[in-house]
Write a protein that binds this ligand. Sequence first.
Ligand code: GLC
Ligand code: MG
Length: 728
Amino acid sequence: MISSFIKTSKKNGISSLPKKHGLYIQLISIHGLMRAHNLELGRDADTGGQIKYVIELAIALGKHPDVERVDLLTRQVFSNKLDPIYAEPIEPLAPGVNIVRLACGPKRYLRKEVLWPHLDSFSDAALQHVKKIGRIPDLIHSHYADAGYVASSISSLLSAPMVHTGHSLGRVKRERLLEKGIRSRNIETQYALTQRIEAEEMALDNAAAIIASTKQEVEEQYELYDNYTPKRISVIPPGVDLTRFSPPSSHNKRTKIAATLARFLKDPDKPMVLSISRADPRKNIATLIKAFGENKRLREKANLVIVAGERDDIMTMEKTSRRVLQEMLFLIDYYDLHGSIAYPKKHRADDVPDLYRLAAKTKGVFINPALTEPFGLTLLEAAASGLPIIAPNDGGPRDILRHCKNGVVIDPLDSKKMSAQILKAISRPDVWQQWSVNGMAGVKQHYTWQGHVDSYIHMVKNKINKHQQATRTVVAKSKLATAERLLICDIDNTLIGDKAALSQLTSQFEKMDGKVAFGIATGRTIQSTLRELKKWDAPIPDVYITSVGSEIRYGMRLTEDLGWQQHNDYRWRPNEVYEAMREFSGLKLQHSGEQRRHKISFNVDPKKAPKIKEIRQFLRQRDIHVKLIYSHEAYLDILPIRTSKGTAVRHVAMKWGFPLDQVLVAGDSGNDEEMLSGNTLGVVVGNHSPELAKLRGRELIYFAEDEYAKGVLEGIKHYGFLNKNRAQ
Ligand code: GLC
Ligand code: MG
């Protein structure tokens, strides 16, 4: 990267370019390890293809004339076993493009399956980032389920459109594991698939567009989801970095990797049959060795080169890779392939382009014998290097071969035919030449990052236009604008219930000289809220979040937050909800005063009513996208997909500039859950209802012993929230 091109603005240390008024795009990719130089691809299961994809996308987007700024948000990791760069809050990636690392849960590296409980704090850190740089992104693009979860929440809070790329999908993975005979309980403990699938459904629900790499991904994978809407999915295949992957030329010097292979091969100039993959059973390396070993003519004519990840000591590797490598070594010995097979132990990232070129130079072929191949980036890299390809008859290869016409598909289970195909590919010089030329041309035409980004920007631009920033209401002289901290209380069973405790809370409050603003967040309507607060002689709120977060009002004049109303209109079609909900017994509409513009509420008979999960699925299958909130085992609220007390509290905090660690929220029941989670200071009162018990032990959620307002006071004391000199 040409870092001297990057100007650093003093305020926030972020590189920026003078390109004005262009798009600001936020990419989110949370797990794995990302840095600007020498990606550690293959270091573990989470640092692989997605990482490379996202980095290359970020760089390519930065080059587009309509794009001013790209922030790639990822998780910050502190570990003395890792490169300290992974702890740096900001790392320039290209002009106008930065990796931004946000704190999320524990400091150490975590695999993606255990990140779920920490994602709310990633969202909040992302909002703080937005506040710091003072600009709301024009587009938020999430990668993988975890980021989809985060983007669903922040895109709704920021009123920015969201785009999602799955990379791989939980429902597909679950099917594969079940097919293998793994028990569903074991699948759950190892892969946390329920959360992953739920997050994927959520992302599909919220995203204005989904980007897939192949047609098959749309037709066979996304199709498994309740929220499958094919017209929102665009197939835009990723690109190949053509500056790295290019055909051999006469100037290419003898490379390091050629020297490595020469240690294995008797005649290194024979056509090279090359395969590059991780040491994973699905990659089916054994069948390839059999195919080669069993075919005498092929053995005479060609060399086999197998790059199966990297290794130090096979004996100490984890079981699945160890088995794959052991089998590879046994087969080499069994067929006695010494002298005509190379299987290098190590290679550098820079050796990979050289490997393809070397294979092309010998008029060899690239083979991917994997059992399934949804995409197949290596096939494109080979094609860009002028090396013909052989690959399984599956979605990725089919698309690639349709576009490039540079090889053939095979049945990965049939070793006889596999060897015949390989032999054919290297035995006809004219066909070889045609495939080589076709591959290079096809990649240039269909699989460049520039082409990808052109389609991408074209597609997202009209989504962005539709989504112009919501109008912001400004309220004169509100305490909200000057206070340092914000206290938000639920009303029923939290603020009210114990009169003496409430008046104690009120008097504590009055001592704070306007340093702390006060708000309520309730399921009640605004009218009944005002009545109830008066009856209990509660402090007068600066902000009213009512009807389960669907309405926000400020100050004495009860000024409505119109931006919030607009935000709630997103995908809200109440008539369809009323219609669909007639299907269920055990649910009775609450009285008409409780039915609001953005809230539909039922009383629930838990004995007769279906499970919330079933209702959710039923609605999704009808393309109805809403939020369901169950409280006190008695109420069901249906809200617009982006609405809850939690998003409302965050909207208020963002708008008025309260960092979330200066916001204390107190509640007792299910509709309080979202506002209690994440980076706000949460307090659950002692008399809480059972549905909140699951929050016990979460970071920043304090379970008070005392009940009602006493519990709130206990929580305030716990956090030192009303201490005058509380550190900011
Ligand atoms: C309040 C509301 C009601 C809602 C319930 C749970 O009781 O009046 O409509 O269903 O809170 O959020
Ligand atoms: Mg309550």
